[in-house]
Design a protein around this ligand. Structure first.
Ligand SMILES: C[S@@+](CC[C@H](N)C(=O)[O-])C[C@H]1O[C@@H](n2cnc3c(N)ncnc32)[C@H](O)[C@@H]1O
Length: 283
């Protein structure tokens, strides 16, 4: 792999987070799918295009983009995580067009110049220590008049699916240190003014932010007990719960159970999610 600027993220996504994402990819893909498809609709990929999937993870969006780029397009996926890229590699065998996978840090990886028609990401762009450097690198790889489209989360208050379990968990574990505003993480791109500034500085123009309000089905419709246990394994609460001794988990799980019971629908445990569908073009 080429130079890594984001070592903490590298270790995170190559460690337990990456393995748990692979193990839970069916549930996680189901949860993120509607938002990713909205971002793909915004990106409007066309037959024959060369597309870079940024932070492609396990590769579901590579397959979706490939359908649009058929018959003679090509998709490249880049990600830091070896376990997620292994999953993407397996799945890419079914893709409608050829797929290249790169293991690397988007911030520093020597991407080819003026190669892609479209840069796309489903929640893979919020983890850069130096987002301007990362987006400059991405911009360099885009053809003149090329497009950018990605999905990222809005504020915690717009995302009850994160906020509600987090509030319950924080009754049982000490609060983590508050990150600096904009620090790499799920909510780093919540503020559109900040993101517009990053994109402008990196050589993009016409940044547009469409708010998307949706419902996420936690655990892909699993029964409440399984959803509660799943919160200790994957998603934003997993790291908070990781250090809680086993003998104190029953009380936490009971609290999560009662808090989530009000959100059980015929489809499963359903909570609101707020994301941005961001688009821009090469300046
Ligand atoms: C929330 S996951 C989303 C994965 C995938 N896009 C999806 O929707 O399933 C974020 C992904 O970004 C990748 N990532 C984080 N920082 C990165 C960086 N600096 N360079 C490349 N990939 C990165 C992680 O390894 C992870 O696969």
């Amino acid at each position: 792999m080429t130079e890594i600027a984001n070592q903490t993220q590298h270790d995170f996504w190559n460690g337990r987070a990456g393995e748990q994402w692979v193990a839970g990819h069916t549930r996680l893909d189901a949860m993120l799918r509607p938002i990713g498809l909205a971002a793909i609709a915004q990106a409007a990929p066309r037959g024959g295009e060369k597309i870079l999937d940024v932070g492609c993870g396990g590769g579901e969006t590579i397959l979706q983009l490939a359908q649009h780029a058929a018959p003679d397009g090509r998709i490249t996926g880049i990600d830091l995580s070896a376990p997620l890229l292994a999953l993407a590699r397996q799945r890419s065998a079914q893709a409608a067009v050829p797929v290249d996978l790169l293991q690397g840090d988007v911030q520093t990886h020597p991407l080819p110049d003026a190669q892609f028609d479209l840069l796309f990401s489903r929640f893979g762009v919020m983890f850069f220590a130096d987002p301007v450097a990362a987006f400059r690198n991405l911009r360099r790889s885009l053809k003149p008049r090329g497009r950018l489209a990605f999905a990222c989360w809005r504020r915690l208050d717009d995302n009850p699916w994160m906020k509600l379990p987090r509030e319950v968990v924080l009754r049982h574990v000490p609060p983590p240190l508050s990150p600096e505003p904009g620090a790499p993480g799920m909510l780093a791109f919540a503020d559109p003014d900040r993101v517009r500034g990053i994109l402008d500085a990196a050589g993009f123009r016409d940044a547009a932010f469409k708010p998307l309000d949706s419902q996420v089905l936690l655990g892909d419709g699993a029964p409440l007990d399984q959803v509660v246990e799943g919160l200790a394994k994957e998603g934003p609460t997993a790291a908070l719960i990781a250090d809680l001794p086993r003998d104190r988990r029953a009380a936490l799980f009971a609290d999560l159970h009662s808090a989530l019971a009000a959100h059980v629908t015929s489809a499963g445990v359903t909570l609101g999610a707020g994301s941005w569908i961001v688009s821009a073009r090469a300046a």
